[in-house]
Design a protein around this ligand. Structure first.
Ligand code: KG4
Ligand code: ZN
Length: 370
């Protein structure tokens, strides 16, 4: 039997197995995460080894450093995920892995580990799209959730609104034409001298501020398409901050003679108001596209996902919009919003169930997907 026949045979066996236990591997950015999930919804373990502290010194993720740290962490994270699930490698039925999109060097580490496990254990290997996978965190959190629904993925790399018809059927209705929402949070935070990742920092300061700054005249009126843009807002805020900084003393943090971060002493109240105003406009941009999507789509459920879904102001604003439209809103707990192996294992399960995503050892990591 060749590899494909073996994989197909294994898949047929899994289809009739009572429980399917999948090990999910995620290494697309700065989190090395491995999780064991039963039947796509029951999380037996979810180990996340974060590199945030390492990248914080540089004000953002340094790709080469991320790859090296994934290499150092991956084996122990796999061991820990199995131990926490109280299982052995031989108890695993299939391996799911993020193969795209993300940082290429970082993805390669997860893909290589997944191929090695699949080969050694002779079990199916399933390739998972990281953006879709974020939505699957909701199947773990909400055991009654089933498609169809409208989904919003708001992360550091992507901002999309998609119609999810069946588990594996994503129709993109709109997306950012430039920066992702999380990227805008991170870049604005950086110019404010706040540590990486910027999203939680901006949220923390925004709570104490008043959204009283008009960075630019937002266009009023109904949105015709569902695409969105964050680069205009980001630039307007950065220009505003730079003007405010004029005349203030600026502190630089150096590492080996290289400037890595720059902070200035904005008054706390100004910082808090900038954060509150930026957060409000960012959420308004997303909500105006969601309103347009609601008009075009009869779905009675909205599913929010991605790192920015951890933001309370976004969740509260979206909840109000959903209430007004008699729509039920679902989102995962914060630990399942940011990158994790559980969402990968869940996505792999629902792909496997339909005989999709099965791959052989020629699988390559991809930085971008069309
Ligand atoms: O989904 P994720 O972990 O990685 C990507 O796939 O990109 O998202 C990370 C992003 C970062 O930009 C981070 O600043 C943002 O999610 N984020 C937040 C919050 N927590 C994380 N943004 C706003 N508010 C938060 N509480
Ligand atoms: Zn992500």
């Amino acid at each position: 039997m060749n590899y494909e026949q073996t994989t197909f045979q294994k898949f047929q066996n899994l289809k009739i197995a009572k429980d399917v236990v999948i090990l999910g591997i995620e290494t697309s950015c700065d989190e090395t995460s491995v999780s064991v999930v039963k039947n796509g919804r029951e999380m037996l373990s979810n180990v996340i080894s974060s590199q945030i502290e390492i990248h914080r010194r540089f004000g953002g993720v340094v790709p080469e450093i991320a790859s090296r740290n994934h290499v150092m962490a991956i084996n122990s994270v796999i061991d820990e995920a199995l131990a926490k699930a109280n299982l052995k490698l031989t108890d695993i039925d299939a391996i799911g892995v993020t193969y795209a999109p993300g940082l290429l060097g970082a993805l390669i580490v997860g893909v290589s580990a997944a191929k090695a496990l699949s080969y050694a254990l002779n079990i199916p290997l399933i390739k998972v799209n990281h953006i879709h996978a974020h939505v699957f965190a909701n199947y773990i959190e909400h055991h009654d959730l089933v498609p169809p629904f409208l989904s919003i993925v708001a992360s550091g790399g992507h901002t999309i609104i998609a119609n999810v018809e069946t588990h594996n059927d994503f129709e993109i209705l709109g997306q950012t034409t430039d920066d992702a929402i999380g990227e805008a949070f991170d870049k604005v935070a950086r110019v404010l001298g706040l540590p990486y990742p910027g999203g939680p920092e901006i949220e923390k300061h925004a709570r104490l501020g008043v959204p009283n700054i008009d960075f630019f005249k937002t266009k009023k009126g109904t949105k015709k398409d569902l695409n969105l843009s964050y680069s205009g807002l980001k630039t307007a805020v950065i220009n505003y901050v730079n003007t405010q900084k004029q005349g203030l003393s600026v502190k630089c943090q150096m590492l080996d003679g290289i400037k890595i971060t720059e902070t200035c002493n904005l008054k706390p109240q100004s910082l808090q108001n900038i954060c509150a105003s930026f957060q409000r406009v960012s959420v308004d941009i997303l909500l105006s596209a969601v309103k347009a999507a609601i008009k075009k789509n009869s779905s009675k459920t909205i599913v929010l996902a991605g790192g920015v879904a951890a933001n309370s102001f976004l969740k509260e604003s979206l909840a109000l919009l959903c209430d007004e439209n008699n729509i039920s809103l679902k989102y995962p707990s914060p630990i399942l919003c940011t990158d994790n192996g559980a969402m990968i294992a869940s996505n792999a399960y629902f792909l496997l169930k339909e005989g999709k995503g099965l791959t052989d050892f020629t699988l390559n990591a991809k930085a971008n997907l069309q």
